[in-house]
Design a protein around this ligand. Structure first.
Ligand code: NDP
Ligand code: OXD
Length: 309
């Protein structure tokens, strides 16, 4: 039996070298060179073409190369009986926390303003208060959100977080559910979105939500493009309700040429690059799951399909 590798962004040969180091004898086939589909029992995938996984009659485990599995869950043909595991690895987590820290510091230290000042040849000193005077709010306190909070806490920022179920995390004011959203937003100067995309979170970053933030708040969005109502963001930046946004994910990726976000003075764009897995780290986690699968043991990081993440 064999593992099918499908990704347009990950290097299959790096993954093959790492995986076979951990699981000697593993046969890995790289899409589209599938061979006999009946010989595939596991798939390691990022955004597989719709219908591909359903076409593998003996598929018994799916491992995602990404943390978010919303695209796969949108495939109506995704085999319902096959366990789906998302990627949770220390490199993916650490790189996301770096991204969040980088952009929180950018806003806290007025680097966005200095970039504008430079474009206008304006020499203006802007000195922030200590980090504790900047209130960062994180939507999503899962693997990524809770680690980003931990890293920001180490820098002394004032922290709050929002999740579906109530958390109790040291040094973080935790809010949950619909009732917790308004008080969470009311004290958030920099809003970080690290939610999964589900029917409940689609379009959550909209005009009504932005209206509940303090005037001049900033957004750092690394969840999924469909969380954001793009026209609402442009409107609140125009009105001054929001002072800036850093966007890593978009409803259409790559962000189309000519899209207003590209040239907006108050928007920083990154190409879905906030976090990434180092193959040597990610492969160890996937290999662990492959060995569990081969031994008939319970898999790690299983997606709860009913919950959507
Ligand atoms: P987790 O599943 O570990 O955490 C998700 C968090 O979101 C949990 O705290 C969960 O609450 C909360 N949540 C889910 N639904 C709701 C809701 N309706 N209301 C309030 N809170 C909710 O995911 P990760 O932290 O690993 O990843 C989060 C997302 O980050 C991914 O799904 C993906 O979209 C994005 N991502 C983006 C990357 C990039 O490069 N831009 C890279 C990797 C991931 P609870 O704890 O109560 O279940
Ligand atoms: C993602 C990832 O889910 O890159 O976006 O892991």
């Amino acid at each position: 039996m064999a593992l099918l590798f499908v990704s347009h962004v990950d290097d299959p040969e790096l993954w093959r070298a790492e995986l076979t180091g951990h699981v000697p004898g593993l046969e890995m086939r790289v899409h589209p060179e599938i061979g006999d589909p009946a010989e595939i029992d596991m798939a390691l995938v990022w955004m597989p073409p719709e219908g591909l996984l359903a076409s593998l009659p003996n598929l018994r485990a799916i491992f995602s190369l990404g943390a978010g599995v919303d695209a796969m869950l949108r495939d109506p043909t995704l085999p319902a009986h096959v366990p789906l595991c998302r990627l949770v690895d220390s490199s993916l987590t650490a790189t996301m926390s770096e991204y969040v820290l980088l952009h929180v510091l950018k806003y806290h230290r007025y680097q966005d303003r200095y970039a504008q000042d430079q474009r206008h040849q304006r020499w203006q000193l802007r000195l922030p208060g200590p980090p504790a005077t900047t209130r960062v709010g994180i939507l999503g306190l899962g693997v990524l959100g809770s680690d980003a909070a931990r890293v920001l806490g180490g820098q002394g920022f004032s922290l709050r977080g929002w999740s579906r179920t109530q958390k109790n995390l040291p040094g973080i004011a935790c809010f949950s559910g619909e009732a917790g959203l308004a008080p969470f937003l009311a004290e958030t100067d920099i809003l970080v979105c690290l939610l999964p995309l589900t029917p409940e979170t689609t379009g959550i970053l909209n005009r009504d939500l932005f209206a509940q933030l303090p005037d001049g708040a900033r957004l750092i969005h690394a969840g999924r493009g469909a969380h954001l109502v793009e026209a609402d963001l442009l409107a609140v930046l125009e009105s001054g309700k929001l002072a800036g946004a850093t966007l890593d994910v978009f409803s259409q990726e790559p962000l189309p040429e000519g899209h207003p976000f590209w040239r907006h003075e108050a928007i920083d764009v990154t190409p879905h690059a906030a976090s990434y897995s180092h193959p040597e780290v990610g492969a160890a986690v996937v290999a662990d799951n492959i060995r569990r699968f081969q031994a008939g043991q319970e898999l790690l990081h299983l997606v709860d399909r009913a919950r959507g993440y």
